[in-house]
Ligand binder design. Sequence first.
Ligand code: GLU
Ligand code: ASP
Length: 497
Amino acid sequence: MSRYSKEEIVQSVPQKGFFGHPKGLFTLFFTEFWERFSYYGMRALLLYYMYTEVASGGLGIDDGTAKSIMAIYGSLVYMSGIIGGWIADRLLGTQQTVFYGGVLIMAGHLVLALPAGTTALFISMFLIVVGTGLLKPNVSSVVGDLYSPSDVRRDSGFSIFYMGINMGALIAPLIVGTLGQEYNYHLGFGVAAVGMLLGLAVFLATKRKYLGLAGTYVPNPLERDEKKKVFTRIGLGAVAIIIVGAITIPAGILTINRFTYLVSFLGIIIPTLYFIVMYRSPKTDADEKSRLLAYIPLFIAAIMFWAIQEQGSIILAEYADKRTDLSFLGIELQSSWFQSLNPLFIVVLAPFFAGLWVKMGERQPSTSKKFSLGLLFAGLSFLVMIIPASMNGTESLVSPVWLVLSFLLVVIGELCLSPVGLSATTKLAPEAFSAQTMSLWFLSNASAQAINAQIVKLYTPETEIIYFGVIGGIAILLGAMLFMLSSKIQHFMKGVR
Ligand code: GLU
Ligand code: ASP
């Protein structure tokens, strides 16, 4: 167990100094701001970099494969959070884990800054997948450590942190995207690396004074003999993976396509196992089991939601590049700039939604109803994209306004589902698994993108109407089912709202 009590940790953090919040929130806000800047800046360029032909500075990967890679990559980035959570919990503590994560992420962007082709791409992906797994769930969970459990500022602390995420995501495409598309992709990726460097600098310079003891201890350290066993297993596992890779990749057995299937399979199997283990654990009591059952439909809804939301940087990014008229009111737009729309709408509308829920108080929709609203709006964000092709066919370019509308709709859904989802996870996850809460929630995104890896290949201008129609329609249907089930789900939640 930890050497410090929760109270001692909270007392070690200066409790004021950042908008009436603990000073440590400053550190976490800017660390995550810059990490998301680097991540979303890179994502705003990556698809284009992959499918642009070699002569124009890209990698010349075929469209469908490039889109699948975007999805698997996104999936692995969130899946690896499980490992990051485990390392913080049992080996290093959150502060050190966040630091190493930041270093790996920065290295990953630097590798892409080199004009070194597909090999560099895969090395960079590996570094960023592991790095983000170490950093992201842990930096978020330190936010929780800054406040005593009864502190009323807690929720608003998470909202401020969420703003930091989206502000980083908002400016990134405008800076990284512009440099990458107007000058050179590698310059863009280089600037993403600089962003992560700034995040690390803020973290290192302020953590001692602002974070106090938060995240400095290992909550559930491995015993010495356990350590030996675990390290041996990890070592053997790594060797096995390297051997299998070294044989199957050159032999053409493990192709990108097959790897995609493997990740999609993992995306379904991992959360399923998680649920089974939590449900069957002797540490989970009867009420907690009931809450877990209530969590399953919410989790599935979250998967559907993120599947649509995350296609913003894949399908809608391709749409911005190939189907949209980029001269608008005399300005030449860059296709990467559309990636700023989601975070822009989040930053603008989040305070409004927060205020709305407070104002509605007891009358506000329950968690499952908010989730069904999330699905409804996500579905609508795809259904509107049917209109331009139905009106004018897919031969001519369409007004950028359609994409703006689509991003606006998905964000309305996101604000109903995403902030609520994390808090519902913390309330519904069994006590014994609370350390994994953050990773569990990110798994909904990981699964969504694992499934996307198969779906996104199907989009082409010719299939556009069916593509948006079917996916949007399924989301709305699921939303309606969830709505009808919501009082049942509420009952299974045993008092949690
Ligand atoms: N876009 C958010 C982020 O990057 C959401 C991720 C999620 O909750 O799945 O933090
Ligand atoms: N809204 C996303 C998240 O909350 C950011 C994005 O998609 O750009 O961070």
